[in-house]
Design a protein around this ligand. Structure first.
Ligand code: AMP
Length: 218
């Protein structure tokens, strides 16, 4: 199964991808996580990307497209994956079409997370991330067993700098201006499915399982 998870920041894409990985073994490919790893490693790509990420702007298309094409081309033909946070512009969507066409591995479904603004704001302000393994938590919806400590690896949890109120507004604007048009792009292709983004993790997984089985994807 090859999926794209589409929606604004805080829509629940990352949480859904983690559940799909745990329950169905679908590989989670998050461009945000890949970029944060590059920043942490202090690579040239990371240093370039950081300038945009810190202010909530999109990293230039060629940087992200190069990173994703390398990743996707390195996968086994049979590997299921969910792209989280990519594509975010029409140029990225068209490049992805081209890459997957050459590999003869088309996207099966685009899941569009339709999430209300108050839920988005609440999710982003309460989000905490493990410094070590990158796993996401929420102080109310998905708290770790021990406050401030990752259940999975024991790493320290922190709040992403770009989850601050001011940067969140810039990120939401970037979504409206550069990404939202992809809803129509995939709707026209017939692969878009609207997902209730306000659902909590478990409820969401039950919904997705049902959808996949109805559409013969499981
Ligand atoms: P995310 O973790 O998906 O919220 O991404 C964090 C930040 O990484 C975004 O605000 C962008 O600056 C950058 N980023 C992630 N994915 C992309 C993408 N597909 N295109 C451009 N910038 C991206």
């Amino acid at each position: 199964m090859r999926l794209i998870l589409l929606g604004p920041p805080g829509a629940g894409k990352g949480t859904a991808a983690e559940i799909l990985k745990k329950e169905l073994g679908i590989l989670h490919i998050s461009t945000g996580d890949m970029l944060r790893e590059q920043v942490k490693a202090g690579s040239a790509l990371g240093l370039e990307a950081k300038k945009y990420m810190d202010t909530g702007k999109l990293v230039p298309d060629d940087v992200v497209i190069g990173m994703v094409s390398e990743k996707v081309e390195g996968l086994k033909e049979t590997e299921s994956f969910a792209l989280d946070g990519f594509p975010r512009t029409k140029v990225q969507a068209q490049s992805l079409d081209q890459i997957l066409k050459e590999l003869r591995r088309p996207i099966d479904r685009v899941l569009y997370f339709d999430t209300s603004t108050p839920v988005i704001i609440k999710r982003l302000s309460g989000r905490r991330v493990c410094k070590q393994c990158g796993l996401n938590y929420h102080i109310h919806n998905m708290p770790p067993k021990k406050p401030g400590v990752c259940d999975q690896c024991g790493g320290a949890l922190y709040q992403r700098a770009d989850d601050s109120e001011a940067t969140v507004q810039t990120r939401l604007n970037a979504y409206r201006e550069q990404t939202a048009e992809l809803i129509d792009y995939y709707q026209l292709k017939g692969s878009l499915r609207k997902i209730p983004g306000d659902y909590q993790a478990r409820q969401l997984f039950e919904y997705l399982k049902d959808l996949f089985s109805k559409e013969g994807l499981s």
